[in-house]
Design a protein around this ligand. Sequence first.
Ligand SMILES: CCCCCC(=O)SCCNC(=O)CCNC(=O)[C@H](O)C(C)(C)COP(=O)(O)O
Ligand code: A3P
Ligand code: MG
Length: 395
Amino acid sequence: MNSRLRHWREAATVLLAAGGVGPACGGASARLPGALASSSSSPPPSFDYELLLLRRSAGSGFMPGAYVFPGGTVDAADFSAEWLQLLPEPPPRCGLGPVKGPRAPLFATERSELGGSPLPGDVAFRICAIRETFEEAGVLLLAPAAEGGRPGPACDGSPARLLPAERLPPASELAEWRRRVQRQPGAFLQLCRHLRCVPNIWALHEWSNWLTPAGRGGRRFDTAFYLCCLGQSPPPASHDQAEVTACKWTKPSEAIELFKSQDIWIPPPQFYELCRLCNFPSLRDLHRFGFERAVEGCERWMPVLLIASDGFMQILPGDELYPEDPDFTGERKLTLSTNKKTEDVLKEAIRLHRVVIQDLNKIAIHVNIPSKYKHINPLPLDSKMGNSTDCSSKL
Ligand SMILES: CCCCCC(=O)SCCNC(=O)CCNC(=O)[C@H](O)C(C)(C)COP(=O)(O)O
Ligand SMILES: Nc1ncnc2c1ncn2[C@@H]1O[C@H](COP(=O)(O)O)[C@@H](OP(=O)(O)O)[C@H]1O
Ligand SMILES: [Mg+2]
């Protein structure tokens, strides 16, 4: 086994947004992607789309009860060479756009331990995210196969669409397929063959890559985060009453409000990504940004814990306290700690990229450095969205 894989499991997740079909909202859509609000008095954005959040079972071994995006651990079936018979184009890209930027280790991993699959990580992790979205929420992100048996995914830069209802089997049959895939992930390939479809890997755009922090002794995941924008109303989503106990389509701002009011708990990486989405009230703008930015790639982010006297911080790459040689495996048991209060630590810092956690639902993101790879920093939220838990980008 690859030494990295002894320490964590590889996983994929998808920020699934749907909407953008109604009239433009408010004027907030005039906010330019990439232009961070520097004032704390701008009106709250009005979103024309919703995002799918799932509540993890209270019995889950990892982050029980947390609201997360659909996703899970990669299975050998996601790397099956048989997918190549369904995909319209051969490796290495299988019809995916180029990535000129850096490749996070997740995407460049040697796959021999998974049977030496010729399927690239870029494809397999997208298949994983799509399969998990079906298992956990019943939402099927598939593209139809073109006439003659060759699939013809739309890759024209517009938001994706789900298969039309007439392409799907009756609900009871689909529910049976869902149970089969939950029991045996390899059944997802059989379902795609049966429906003459392919997982719509072209609708998933590389967004970020988070590695669970080391040092807490728990389970860790190296997770590929993708963005997928559906240019249609949010489709029905249903939980599986097992791994997932609730499905919720929510605007990014509403999710943050629910977090602040302690109605839901969202883990720091998902909170960070929700605050990034707050830059985009319009689904079309979000899609365009995600589609065009993906070519730049992304780097892996492993937060490094700094324990202060009244809370703790997750230090992120680019921050002046981020170690030059981070302890990825946790074997060196390196921890950062100080007797100072978080407020004083923050006052002393010049280059900030960190998540300050004072208690479970009191999180603030502090960033004053530009985001790399043409990405975007979390939006500072204005006072109307509350300030007990703020997402403050200091620029
Ligand atoms: C009080 C604050 C505690 C802070 C500790 C953390 O930051 S935990 C962060 C955990 N989050 C991640 O590792 C991000 C990626 N993980 C996920 O999206 C999901 O956990 C998963 C990997 C998709 C879950 O996989 P399952 O197989 O369990 O569904
Ligand atoms: N009813 C239930 N309650 C809690 N966890 C469940 C569950 N049914 C399945 N799971 C867990 O969900 C995980 C599967 O996640 P995914 O398919 O998203 O990777 C598995 O955890 P383990 O990884 O600990 O086995 C599985 O045990
Ligand atoms: Mg999961």
